[in-house]
Design a binder for this molecule. Structure first.
Ligand code: NAD
Ligand code: DAU
Length: 350
C-alpha cells in the first residue's frame, strides 16, 4: 500500500500516521501532504519522520499540481486536511470553504483520473446537526448549522458524488469529538487542561450543558486503519467514542485529574448556533467488527499526563505565538470580562 495522507501534521492525522506505520510496518509507504497551517506541528511526527517508508510534502490540497505530485503512485488516500475549529469558522474565515470543499474537489479529481483502491473522506458527526434524543445513524438527514460543519457537509457529499457519478471508491467517515495527545490548544479539552495547569480561567460556553461524545484519538486512528480494508465503497460509517457527557462534567473531570479548584470555571457568552447535543449510532461499524475501546476516564488520564509532560509542545504556542494570542484575545477577551461563576443562558436554538 502506498498511502497519501493529507493533513498528517495535525492532531488526528499525526496519530493516524503513527498508528498505520506501527500496524502495517513495511507493508505501507506513507506520503503526508500538509500545508502546515497554524494547527499543524512538524514535531507531531518527530518520532517517525526519519523512517524510510515515510515522506513529507509541504503543499496545499487546493493546489492541483501539489496534489498531482503527492498522489503519484499512491494506491489509497485518506483526507484529513481541513480547517477544523468551529469558533474560527464563526469569525468568517473563507479558508473553510477553500479547503473543506474545494480542496476535497481537487483531491477527488486527481483520484478519479488516476484510479485508487480507496479514498477515505474524513467527515464529522457535526454534519448531522443537533439531536435532542436518540442517536444519528448514517441514514439521518444532514443539517449542518455552522460554517465549519456546512463546509464539511459539502466535502462529504462531494466525495459521495464521485462514487455515485464516477465510481471512485470513496468511503466516508463521520466521527465524534476526538481528544488525546497533540491536539492544538484551542479545542475544549487541551485548552482547559493547559489553562488549568496555569491556574487560568476555563471559559465554558452558555450553561455548560451541551453534550459531546468523546472519542479517544487512538481509537479513531485504529478505526480508519480498519476501514481502509473493511470499508465498502460508497458507504458512510459513524465512529463514536461511546462516552457522552455534558461539557460541565468534562470540565470537572479535567479539574479533578489536575487537582485544581472548580472556582477556575467561568461561564461565558455562548457560541452562536451552538449545537446542543451530538450522539452517534455506531452499530454499522460494529457489525463490520470494529468498536472503540477507550473508556473516557482512562483516555483523559493519559491525555492530561501527556500535556503535563509535554509543556515543550504547547507552551511555545500559548506563550510565544502572536497569532494564537491574538486569536485568544478575540475569542475570549470580552467573554471573560463579562463572565460569571454561574451558568449563562444558552444561545437561542431553532
Ligand atoms: P487539525 O486542525 O489538528 O489539523 C488539520 C491539518 O490539516 C493540519 O495539519 C493543517 O496544516 C492541514 N491543512 C489544513 N488546510 C490544508 C490544506 N489546504 N492543504 C493541506 N493541508 C491542510 O485537525 P484534526 O482535529 O486533526 O482533524 C482532522 C480531520 O478530522 C478534519 O477533516 C476534521 O474535520 C475531522 N474531524 C475532526 C474531529 C475532531 O474532534 N478533531 C472529529 C471528527 C472529524
Ligand atoms: O464533533 C466533531 C467535531 O468536534 C469536529 O468535527 C471538529 O473539528 C472539532 O473541533 C469538534 O468540534 P466542537 O465544536 O464540538 O469542539 P470544541 O472543542 O470546539 O468544543 C467542544 C464543546 O465545548 C462544545 O460544546 C463547545 C464547548 N466549548 C469549547 C471551547 C473551545 C466551551 O464551552 N468553551 C470553549 O472555550
Amino acid at each position: 500500500m502506498k498511502l497519501l495522507v493529507t493533513g498528517g501534521s495535525g492532531f488526528i492525522g499525526s496519530n493516524f500516521i503513527r498508528q498505520i506505520l506501527e500496524s502495517r510496518g513495511d507493508g505501507v509507504r506513507v506520503v503526508n501532504l500538509d500545508k502546515l497551517t497554524y494547527a499543524a506541528n512538524p514535531a507531531n511526527l518527530a518520532d517517525v519522520d526519519q523512517r524510510p517508508n515515510y515522506q513529507f510534502i509541504h503543499g496545499d490540497i487546493t493546489d492541483p499540481e501539489a496534489v498531482r505530485t503527492a498522489m503519484e503512485g499512491c494506491t489509497d488516500v485518506v483526507n484529513f486536511a481541513a480547517e477544523t475549529h468551529v469558533d474560527r469558522s464563526l469569525l468568517g474565515d473563507a479558508s473553510f470553504i477553500e479547503t473543506d470543499v474545494r480542496g476535497v474537489f481537487v483531491l477527488l479529481e486527481e483520484a478519479r483520473k488516476r484510479g485508487v483502491r480507496r479514498f477515505i473522506q474524513i467527515s464529522t458527526d457535526e454534519v448531522y446537526g443537533t439531536i435532542a434524543e436518540g442517536s444519528f445513524t448514517e441514514e439521518s438527514p444532514l443539517n449542518p448549522r455552522n460554517p465549519y460543519s456546512a463546509s464539511k457537509a459539502g466535502g462529504d457529499r462531494l466525495a459521495y458524488s464521485y462514487w455515485a457519478s464516477y465510481g471512485v471508491p470513496v468511503v466516508i467517515t463521520r466521527a465524534s469529538n476526538n481528544y488525546g495527545p497533540y491536539q492544538y490548544p484551542e479545542k475544549l479539552i487541551p485548552l482547559f487542561v493547559t489553562n488549568a495547569i496555569d491556574d487560568q480561567p476555563l471559559p465554558l460556553y452558555g450553561d455548560g450543558r451541551n453534550v459531546r461524545d468523546w472519542l479517544y484519538v487512538r481509537d479513531h486512528a485504529a478505526a480508519i486503519d480498519f476501514l481502509l480494508d473493511a470499508g465498502e465503497p460508497g458507504e458512510v460509517y459513524n465512529i463514536a467514542g461511546g462516552n457522552e457527557a455534558e461539557n460541565i462534567e468534562i470540565t470537572r473531570q479535567v479539574l479533578r485529574e489536575l487537582k485544581k479548584p472548580e472556582s477556575l470555571i467561568r461561564f461565558v457568552n455562548d457560541r452562536p448556533g451552538h449545537d446542543r447535543r451530538y450522539s452517534l449510532d455506531a452499530s454499522k461499524l460494529a457489525r463490520l467488527g470494529f468498536a472503540s475501546r477507550t473508556a473516557f476516564q482512562s483516555g483523559l488520564s493519559e491525555t492530561v499526563a501527556w500535556y503535563r509532560n509535554r509543556e515543550d509542545w504547547w507552551r511555545p504556542v500559548k506563550e510565544k505565538d502572536a497569532a494564537y494570542r491574538e486569536y485568544y484575545r478575540t475569542q475570549y477577551g470580552d467573554r471573560l470580562a463579562t463572565s460569571s461563576a454561574t451558568a449563562k443562558e444558552p444561545a437561542g436554538r431553532r
